[in-house]
Design a protein around this ligand. Structure first.
Ligand SMILES: O=C(O)/C=C/C(=O)CC(=O)CC(=O)O
Ligand SMILES: [Ca+2]
Ligand SMILES: [Mg+2]
Length: 394
């Protein structure tokens, strides 16, 4: 056996040549010089410098402060660049992760959050609406979602200021205003749209890969007290719009080919635009881990999601809505059937709390099975809760 080269990674490293997620970084000595990098182990390949050195036709796409131009370039370019990046691992510049600053990797166009875990929706329905059926009659016929606030999507590592708002417990006569006393997490998986679609051209299930560039982890921070009072009848609003954290790394969809898995059996036949019974398996066997202050609190299995990302994209566009580069949609909270697989504290504590305290650090990580026993890692999404802004009632 030849000696291991310093560029080879330890066996089982989830950020090996089968993963290769994209991000935007700046070197510590040039904070304004944002460009595109690819994670390799615990280092960052300077893809922009490697492309220039190799005379790549894609050098310009990689020398940008955001992934959006690469996202817009379309699947044949995504595949060509990924193949080139593999070749640059041998001699391209590698910087230690601790020597770079990671930025929000793409400009978020529209942001949608779904509600696709049957286990989560059932648990939350029971807690929020104890006198009704936990799943509403539409739940198994369409992927329920809402439009979120694109401008407050933040990169992993950004502090989350405890939000303020109106809340009213059932026993209170009137609402009060103040910092959320029930700040929660939601462990989710996000999908980043690359190729746009004009209005009135719904994206069929089979065209998912032409439009979606990649995958990342999401923490949909949620103020449960604000949410419980405000959400009737239009759904989530200020209880979720203050911050949504995403990982700094977007992993190309092609990295998950070996992790494809069939979604759960459908209870009812679906309308043709959602019927995936004859389609390629639309689930992904991603195993998520949620830690708070370093302690594992849950291991949500993404394979258990009832609705797939392809169904969500088909549903989002079936009314004639167009799709833009940078559109971003999240799966909804990932909860499995077991008590230690629930993706938020509301469920993990049966609605009783405790919720997040100031200073708590929440981190999501995940991996999926890859080729030949390799692991495909998703970049972590982490955030610390910091005290509320302290202003008086407006
Ligand atoms: O009212 C409810 O049933 C709860 C809604 C949510 O918490 C919305 C949400 O963010 C959905 C999700 O992440 O699954
Ligand atoms: Ca959510
Ligand atoms: Mg949010």
């Amino acid at each position: 056996m030849s000696q291991q080269s310093p560029r080879e990674l330890a066996e089982g490293d989830p950020f090996g040549a089968a993963t290769l997620p994209y991000g935007v970084f700046s070197p510590a000595d040039a904070p304004d010089r944002r460009r595109i990098g690819v994670r390799y182990g615990d280092r960052v390949l300077d893809a922009s410098a490697a492309a220039a050195a190799h005379g790549s036709a894609h050098a310009d796409l990689l020398d940008r402060p955001t992934l959006n131009p690469l996202l817009a370039a379309g699947r044949p370019v995504w595949q060509a660049v990924r193949a080139e990046v593999r070749g640059w691992l041998d001699d391209g510049p590698l910087l230690p992760l601790e020597d770079v600053t990671l930025h929000l990797p793409f400009e978020v166009a529209d942001y949608v959050d779904f509600y696709a875990s049957e286990h989560h929706a059932t648990n939350v329905g029971r807690i929020f609406r104890p006198d009704s059926e936990p799943l509403t009659p539409n739940w198994k016929h369409l992927p329920i979602g809402y439009h979120g606030r694109a401008g407050t999507v933040v990169v992993s590592g950004t502090d989350v200021v405890r939000p303020q708002g109106q809340r009213k417990a059932p026993g209170d006569a009137v609402p009060s205003f103040g910092p959320s006393l029930r700040l929660d997490i939601e462990a989710e998986v996000g999908f980043v749209v690359g190729t746009p679609a004009p209005a009135n051209t719904p994206v069929a299930l089979g065209d998912f890969r032409e439009h979606v560039f990649g995958v990342c982890l999401v923490n949909d921070w949620s103020a449960r007290d604000v949410q419980a009072w405000e959400y009737v009848p239009l759904g989530p609003f200020l209880g979720k719009s203050f911050a949504t954290s995403v990982s700094a790394w977007i992993t190309p969809l092609d990295a998950f080919d070996e992790a494809r898995t069939a979604p759960p059996e459908r209870t009812y036949p679906l309308l043709p635009y959602l019927d995936d019974s004859a389609a390629e398996p639309g689930g992904i066997d991603l195993r998520i881990e949620v830690t708070i202050n370093g302690e594992t609190v849950s291991r949500p299995p993404f394979a258990s999601m009832y609705w797939t990302a392809a169904q969500q994209l088909a549903h989002m566009t079936v009314n004639g809505a167009s799709l833009r580069t940078g559109d971003f949609f999240a799966s909804g909270t990932v909860s499995g059937p077991e008590p230690d697989q629930r993706g938020c504290l509301l469920e993990l504590t049966e609605g009783k709390g405790p919720y997040l305290a100031d200073g708590d650090v929440v981190t999501l990580t995940a991996w999926a099975p890859g080729p030949g026993g390799a692991r495909i890692g998703l970049g972590e999404v982490t955030g610390r809760v910091v005290p509320d802004r302290g202003a008086a009632t407006p």
